[in-house]
Ligand binder design. Structure first.
Ligand SMILES: NC(=O)c1ccc[n+]([C@@H]2O[C@H](COP(=O)([O-])OP(=O)(O)OC[C@H]3O[C@@H](n4cnc5c(N)ncnc54)[C@H](OP(=O)(O)O)[C@@H]3O)[C@@H](O)[C@H]2O)c1
Length: 270
């Protein structure tokens, strides 16, 4: 599909949540380059405004900004309100965050927010956009999940569980919406070079083989019609194919050992 066909199929406007940094900012940039008008959602309004200004100047598209905290259930109404009057053909539900470390060390309030941002928000946002997409008979939904959604991940229990939810949501919606001409993709990145690692207290310098956010977003857009679930990056795919082919107990032990090695230097107890 060339750029014109892509815009005709999924445009003219897209909503991107988590657009203030990382993979979401890369989605916004790539979509603006392709001529999409955008609604950008995240908490940091200054970042969204700066990105919007840049994209408007470079590509002549219309960009609306919605500063909203998706940990607040009422934020879904704010996003829907900001989307009014825009002809949305693509939802990129990408906002999310992780919590690394022993599960018992997590702050209960952060865990509640994680569930709201990573699970409830995509569920409610898809619920809001689907009727209009069905009416148009075309469009797309990208849910940024993670390779961590394929199996339990020691020291990332809440996050991995939230991404298993995302994968399941994506698969279910793919099955429901195929006859309506709507493509659904649960995008599963592996380690990607964004602010997410530092936010979880992990030194990005300890991580190897990270993909760039642009590369991940580009692959997702290229594979939007190849759902329901897509792993970004051959290396990540090979790694998870191998892990999922192992007896689950062995895979979990191996994963736990690997993650301990990253967490221990910052003083986490095994
Ligand atoms: N980086 C990786 O290695 C990796 C791997 C697999 C999956 N992912 C997934 O990729 C997605 C994007 O993450 P990233 O790696 O690009 O990290 P990032 O740079 O930290 O971006 C996360 C985005 O989500 C937004 N966000 C977080 N909490 C929010 C809230 N309460 N309300 C509204 N927006 C919120 C952030 O904006 P504000 O802070 O401005 O609100 C930011 O724009 C996430 O779903 C993440 O789970 C990342």
């Amino acid at each position: 599909m060339n750029q014109t066909e892509f815009l005709a199929r999924y445009g003219p406007a897209a909503v991107v949540t988590g657009a203030s940094s990382g993979i979401g900012a890369a989605f916004a940039t790539l979509l603006a380059e392709a001529g999409f008008h955008l609604l950008l959602v995240a908490r940091r309004a200054d970042r969204l405004q700066a990105l919007a200004g840049k994209l408007i100047a470079a590509h002549g598209v219309k960009v609306t900004v919605c500063a909203a905290d998706l940990a607040d259930p009422a934020a879904i109404d704010s996003v829907a309100q900001a989307a009014q009057g825009l002809d949305i053909g693509l939802l990129v539900s990408n906002a999310g965050f992780g919590l690394k470390g022993p599960h018992q060390g997590n702050d209960p309030e952060r865990m509640a927010a994680l569930l709201q941002v990573n699970c409830a928000a995509p569920m409610q946002l898809t619920h809001r956009v689907i009727p209009a997409l069905v009416q148009r008979g075309k469009g797309g939904i990208i849910l940024t999940s993670s390779v961590e959604g394929f199996m339990g991940i020691p020291f990332s229990a809440a996050y991995a569980a939230s991404k298993a939810f995302t994968n399941s949501l994506g698969e279910s919606l793919w099955g429901e919406l195929q006859p309506a001409g709507i493509d659904v993709l649960a995008l599963c990145p592996g380690s990607t070079d964004t602010e997410a690692h530092a936010l979880q207290g992990i030194d990005p310098a300890t991580l190897e083989g990270m993909m760039s956010p642009r590369e991940v977003a580009e692959l997702a857009l290229l594979n939007l019609a190849n759902g329901p679930v897509y792993i970004a990056g051959e290396q990540n795919k090979a790694m998870f194919d191998a892990l999922l082919g192992m007896p689950r107990r062995d895979a979990l032990r191996q994963m736990a050992d690997n993650i301990r090695a990253v967490l221990l230097p910052r003083g986490q107890k095994p």
